[in-house]
Write a protein that binds this ligand. Structure first.
Ligand SMILES: Cc1cc2nc3c(=O)[nH]c(=O)nc-3n(C[C@H](O)[C@H](O)[C@H](O)COP(=O)(O)OP(=O)(O)OC[C@H]3O[C@@H](n4cnc5c(N)ncnc54)[C@H](O)[C@@H]3O)c2cc1C
Length: 506
């Protein structure tokens, strides 16, 4: 019997690893080739990046789909040693004027903290309805498109209710549902995790999903760091005979007779794949660089050359001597804190980033992992993680600007937590080029696998008609977040690509 693997997977991000788990469980001999020489996981990982004893997540940190994604449910991660840790509150949205809105898994707690009493009641009703339909809704949105059966199970009334909400912009939906500014800033603020602004057409969906899944799965973190989740997936692959090689960058997919039959590595060696090649890479890297362009339709090459990436990401890590002294008590008990004062503030931020300018008062997603998981820092001390969205490139380059921009990030936190800066023992600024150097998929710091605007989803992701994981070359599948359903650690791009390939191979 040949010693070639059946399937080669290029890249060990969460989607590549989930694809590996599923294929290996189905009896395929799987080899995962990862460019990073130190660790698997891509944008899912952790490092001691500031001081000894402080574990910082390099990218993804909070996992709204950790317990609810069909891919993770199938793999039964908790049975393989993964432990999820929760905070009392999932997301807190304070402002310097003292107003606040929070989301908790306990809907009564949420209702008491959602701007004002009326807004709390509206959100509780919405979350109660969401809880009833989430099982079918997640399957309708996450399984290969079009997921007809889950859509039918969702039912006409629920589908119509959802469509009416999601046809709005995030700001439009927030203004329609809520009266207080505190409640109105929540869902549009969450949509800025990717590149969807408050007034973007059909932009309500992302904020809705992130806000409402916070009430079901919550925003848990894996004990020990995000790397623990990646390592758990590797263990599952290996337990089914699959293999992972670190420090193995692929620079060519070998095509013979119109079929992907192997890869070439940077060191010149070639590895054959008996059945298929999976790419956990960016779509443009796959179709412009890894596959010889003679095998790719000219129209697709043109589209890939103009591929619309999402905004850049600026990330920061701190080692702190004590918890952040938030003025707002709820923020001290919340997994994630969002800095974004009002719909106007979020719109101005969006306009600045889209205009290619550094935001003057950066919107922030701030993560307090060590509050939930004390293993992340020495006793009594804390880690802090935050990111903002920025232009991928700026005049003069990022290396000259990143420490200055980090100062403005700290200024915004200090405004919500006077005394914060005095607690900093060490800090690290991670600009868009640093993210791309760590993981080639994060092009210009794009954390979303390309833009997440509505017209980049479903049949347009990454390019029509190649939305169902099959690429223009036979036996070649795209399994990264550049495929449906896109950004986030849910593993569904890998899960779906494996489902389609197994169907093809059988
Ligand atoms: C700062 C930041 C914060 C985030 N926060 C969250 C969060 O809190 N929650 C959440 O759910 N999501 C979050 N995300 C998004 C999430 O991390 C991504 O959507 C997810 O990691 C995408 O997974 P993937 O498997 O498609 O690709 P990636 O995680 O990008 O992994 C791709 C892998 O492929 C490897 N690779 C690429 N090209 C090659 C090649 N030619 N040869 C060999 N290997 C190659 C890369 O080295 C990398 O390891 C965040 C991302 C960032 C950057």
């Amino acid at each position: 019997m040949s010693s070639d693997p059946d399937v080669i997977i290029i890249g060990s991000g969460p989607n590549g690893l989930v694809a590996g788990c599923r294929l290996a469980q189905s009896g395929m001999r799987v080899l995962i080739l990862e460019a990073n020489p130190r660790r698997p996981g891509g944008a899912l990982g952790s490092e001691e990046a500031t001081l000894p004893g402080f574990t910082h997540d390099v990218g993804a940190a909070f996992f709204p789909f950790g317990k609810t994604s069909p891919a993770f449910q199938d793999l039964d991660l908790e049975n393989h040693g993964l432990v999820w840790k929760h905070a009392e509150l999932e997301s807190c949205h304070p402002a310097p004027d003292g107003t606040v809105a929070c989301i908790a898994r306990d809907l009564d707690v949420t209702a008491r903290h959602f701007g004002c009493r009326e807004d709390g009641d509206v959100f509780r009703d919405l979350a109660t309805w969401h809880g009833r339909v989430e099982h079918h809704l997640l399957r309708a949105l996450l399984l290969p498109f079009p997921a007809v059966r889950p859509m039918l199970k969702l039912g006409l009334f629920n589908a119509a209710k959802l469509a009416t909400m999601l046809a709005s912009s995030g700001g439009g939906l927030a203004r329609r549902l809520f009266e207080s500014e505190a409640a109105r800033r929540v869902l549009p603020g969450l949509a800025l995790h990717v590149d969807v602004g408050p007034e973007d057409r059909f932009g309500a969906g992302l904020g809705y999903m992130l806000g409402l899944t916070a009430t079901t799965g919550g925003y848990p973190v894996p004990r020990g760091g995000a790397q623990t989740l990646a390592n758990t997936l590797v263990r599952i692959v290996e337990s089914h005979g699959g293999k992972l090689r670190l420090g193995a960058r692929v620079n060519r997919v070998i095509v013979k007779d119109g079929r992907a039959c192997g890869v070439r590595l940077d060191d010149g060696s070639e590895i054959r794949a008996a059945k298929a090649v999976f790419a956990n890479t960016s779509a443009p890297a796959l179709l412009l660089d890894l596959v010889d362009q003679q095998h790719v339709p000219a129209r697709v090459v043109r589209k890939m050359k103009r591929f619309p990436h999402g905004w850049g990401t600026f990330k920061a890590d701190w080692a702190l001597s004590a918890p952040v002294p938030w003025s707002c008590d709820e923020a001290r008990r919340s997994a994630v804190v969002h800095a974004g004062d009002s719909l106007d503030d979020l719109s101005q931020f969006t306009a600045e980033v889209r205009g290619g300018n550094l935001p003057h008062n950066p919107y922030l997603v701030i993560g307090q992992q060590s509050l939930l998981d004390p293993t992340r820092a020495p006793a009594g001390e804390q880690t802090l993680w935050a990111y903002s969205r920025v232009p991928p490139r700026i005049d003069g380059g990022w290396s000259r600007t990143k420490e200055r921009f980090l100062d403005s990030v700290e200024k915004r936190i200090e405004g919500l937590a006077p005394g914060f800066r005095a607690l900093i023992k060490a800090r690290r600024a991670v600009a868009p080029p640093d993210l791309e150097e760590m993981d080639a998929n994060l092009v210009g710091g794009d954390l979303g696998g390309g833009s997440n605007a509505w017209h980049r989803q479903f049949v347009w992701r990454p390019v029509f008609p190649y939305f169902n994981y099959r690429m223009p070359v036979r036996g070649l599948y795209l399994c990264s977040s550049y495929a449906h359903p896109g950004a986030g650690v849910h593993g569904m791009c890998g899960h779906n690509a494996a489902t389609i390939a197994l169907r093809d191979l059988s």
